[in-house]
Ligand binder design. Structure first.
Ligand SMILES: Cc1cc2nc3c(=O)[nH]c(=O)nc-3n(C[C@H](O)[C@H](O)[C@H](O)COP(=O)(O)O)c2cc1C
Length: 376
């Protein structure tokens, strides 16, 4: 039984008006706790599945040797401490990303760390890589129940003074990747070089420093696919110079992209108070990420798998990113604004959209609009 529309209506009319009056971080923690509890036993897992899940063979893909039941994943930052690993598959996600995690634990930047931009349909995010650290997270990941639900571990540099030199930063990433590789945890890894809210900024977003980092990390002979989470607002030439390094080190792909930093972005229509720091998610990221996805696909479509993220609120939004070159997509903000049934709604909508275009599988749509889009 699929009750997505009814759940969506209830979320919009009854739940969201109350939740959006409360502190956003408290609401996030509440949902994380509910999700963690729901994941603890088979009865609550199957009830969640009954209410939310949607399955269709047309959405299944095998990418880099990993089977995805659908292309919609949870993006990094919602499940920082691996609390939701036993529930997200039942909500309808095709894969998830834990983290970003870091080698050492960090309690997070001072509050406020999350702020809603209701009119702009975005969030201001200032967590600064809050997480319990790789050692504890590995122990939690060992308890993942559904082994065939793909999980990516997003790894960033510990947010502290000691890691703010290039050498210190590389060593910190290295230790963290080494631990997850040695424990053989996760299906693929993401190196997050684009968190805007950290000590020392984003030092690995120049080609020289990214190269030094990847040289060290690839010395670990990681057999699982590695992605790089890209910064969103670099000019194309600078972005491309990072892609060249990713290709040079034969990584599997890129996630395009992270948060908006530029507050002059014309899609930010809410007035943001002075004390609210951080990067911006949601709709203000949508077109910027689409353009980078299309350009990356046209130049590197045969060499890099692209995961598209930023401002997905509907099946049409997800399909657009896929047609521009994304093999998989991820989201967070859309789910917060529209409700947890959005994942099933997107998947159901994607099936209708690919049928309309005459495709028998979602993979046939990847990149078909990329060339036209960038030549406009
Ligand atoms: C609350 C929150 C926390 C985030 N934390 C991370 C993070 O730790 N690592 C990361 O790579 N991206 C992080 N992001 C960025 C998202 O993964 C994503 O790239 C961005 O929000 C755009 O997607 P969306 O519009 O669907 O939210 C975070 C985003 C949000 C909203």
């Amino acid at each position: 039984m699929i009750l997505h529309n009814q759940i969506g209506f209830l979320y919009q009319t009854a739940l969201k008006p109350i939740l959006f009056q409360l502190d956003p971080e408290k609401v996030h923690n509440l949902f994380t706790n509910i999700g963690r509890l729901l994941g603890t036993n088979s009865l609550t897992r199957s009830s969640t599945k009954f209410l939310f899940n949607y399955k269709n063979k047309k959405l299944e893909q095998n990418i880099l040797g990993i089977s995805f039941s659908n292309p919609v994943g949870l993006s990094a930052g919602f499940d920082k401490d691996a609390n939701l690993i036993n529930i997200l598959d039942t909500v309808g996600f095709g894969f998830m990303q834990v983290g970003s995690i870091t080698n050492l634990a960090y309690e997070g930047n001072p509050a406020p760390r999350l702020y809603r931009l209701k009119k702009s349909m975005g969030l201001v995010v200032y967590y600064g890589l809050k997480n319990i650290g790789v050692d504890k997270i590995i122990q939690k990941l060992k308890k993942k129940k559904k082994k065939d639900f793909p999980l990516s571990i997003s790894i960033a540099k510990t947010n502290c003074k000691n890691t703010s030199t290039t050498e210190g930063g590389i060593e910190d990433y290295y230790q963290c990747v080494k631990k997850v590789v040695e424990e053989n945890i996760g299906d693929f890894y993401t190196i997050n070089i684009s968190c805007p809210n950290t000590f020392g900024g984003e030092p690995f977003t120049t080609p020289e420093k990214l190269e030094a980092l990847l040289q060290k990390l690839t010395s670990l002979n990681v057999t699982k696919p590695i992605f790089v989470k890209m910064p969103l607002e670099l000019a194309w030439n600078d972005f491309d110079s990072l892609l060249q390094i990713v290709v040079k080190y034969k990584l599997a792909g890129v996630i395009i992209a992270n948060l908006v930093k530029d507050r002059n972005n014309t899609l930010i229509v809410d007035k943001i108070p002075q004390n609210i720091k951080g990067g911006i998610s949601g709709k203000p990221t949508f077109e910027l990420s689409n353009t980078k996805i299309a350009k990356t696909y046209v130049k590197y479509g045969k060499k890099l798998v692209i995961i598209g993220v930023g401002g997905i609120f509907s099946a049409e939004d997800a399909y657009k990113k896929i047609k521009l070159g994304a093999s998989l997509v991820q989201l967070i903000t859309g789910m917060i604004f529209e409700g947890p049934q959005l994942i099933g709604q997107i998947n159901k909508g994607l099936v209708e959209l690919i049928k309309k275009d005459g495709f028998s599988n979602i993979s046939e749509a990847i990149g078909i609009d990329a060339r036209n889009y960038i030549s406009k």
